[in-house]
Design a protein around this ligand. Structure first.
Ligand code: SF4
Ligand code: SF4
Length: 274
């Protein structure tokens, strides 16, 4: 009886000692000295590991900053405060961190966009996209199955009851994880100060767009002519704004025949009022 208890205890104890010794040896043998500057930078980062800085992890970004290979204002989660902390550590100027927000460049809701078949597959935009580009006639629009919603670490993007993804600019950090996962490439990161947005991603000819979506860009170029700053151009039958020069004047909005161009502040005030 004693032997039945003693032997397993001895075996387990021996294995514990052996593994402990191996781990102790490995930690000595493979110890990598961390640059103290890198450690300071790392400690100042929020540790979200979201990749918004363009690096795979906070560790990788900290190393790049410490080695002078990366700017100090790339942490989108930390924003200005982290940029200033890193500036103090690195002895440099923080500059300004521009907050960018994920914008889903499509308003092709269930009411606005024509469907070509009924999708019954798994609730994943990538899977749906593999089936002839998904159930919408528009091959450029949001599929509304919420793959972006599930990947967002900040609960900042959701599919609405009308079947389209929309981001929450209060919560969005601009990390870009939704951008990377969307099979339609319909999400763009845009400076939060830019309030006038052309909510379409469709490059079809105008005639085709009229047949498949009520709110798509029909490439009429009216907005191009209306813009006093001349920052709207046609890109392969899709109107696009060069945001560097856009002043949010909204001159392009009223004449757009399909109401594809929207002012975010007006949308927000309408939502608040209702
Ligand atoms: S934005 Fe992209 S990932 Fe998100 S629901 Fe639409 S198609 Fe899917
Ligand atoms: S909505 Fe997109 S960009 Fe914004 S926090 Fe979520 S995953 Fe990141």
């Amino acid at each position: 009886m004693i032997q039945e208890i003693l032997y397993p205890l001895l075996v387990l104890g021996g294995m514990g000692l052996l593994f402990g010794a191996v781990l102790a040896y490995a930690s000595q043998k493979f110890y990598v000295e961390v640059n103290p500057l890198q450690q300071k930078v790392r400690d100042a980062l929020p540790g979200a590991n979201d990749g918004g800085c363009g690096f795979a992890s906070c560790d990788a970004y900290a190393q790049a900053v410490a080695e002078g290979r990366a700017d100090i204002n790339k942490c989108v989660v930390g924003g200005q405060a982290v940029a200033e902390a890193l500036a103090a550590i690195m002895g440099t100027d923080a500059g300004t961190v521009k907050k960018r927000i994920a914008r889903v460049m499509c308003k092709g809701t269930d009411n606005n966009a024509v469907k070509k078949y009924k999708y019954h597959g798994v609730k994943d935009c990538r899977a749906a996209n593999a089936l002839s580009g998904g159930d919408k006639e528009c091959e450029f629009g949001c599929l509304g199955l919420g793959t972006c919603e599930r990947v967002c670490p900040f609960d900042a993007i959701h599919v609405t009851a009308e079947g389209i993804a929309e981001s929450d600019e209060e919560k969005c950090t601009g990390c870009g994880m939704c951008v990377d996962v969307c099979p339609k490439n319909v999400i763009q990161l845009i400076d939060i100060s830019k309030r006038v947005i052309i909510f379409c991603n469709n490059h079809d000819k105008g005639k085709r767009v009229r047949q498949i979506c009520k709110v798509g860009c029909i490439a009429c170029s009216i907005c191009v002519r209306q813009c006093p700053e001349k920052v709207i151009t046609m890109d392969n039958d899709l109107a696009v704004i060069n945001y560097d020069g856009c002043t949010n004047c909204g001159a392009c909005i009223p004449r757009c025949p399909t109401k594809t161009i929207l002012n975010l502040d007006e949308i927000i005030s309408e939502v608040v009022a209702s």
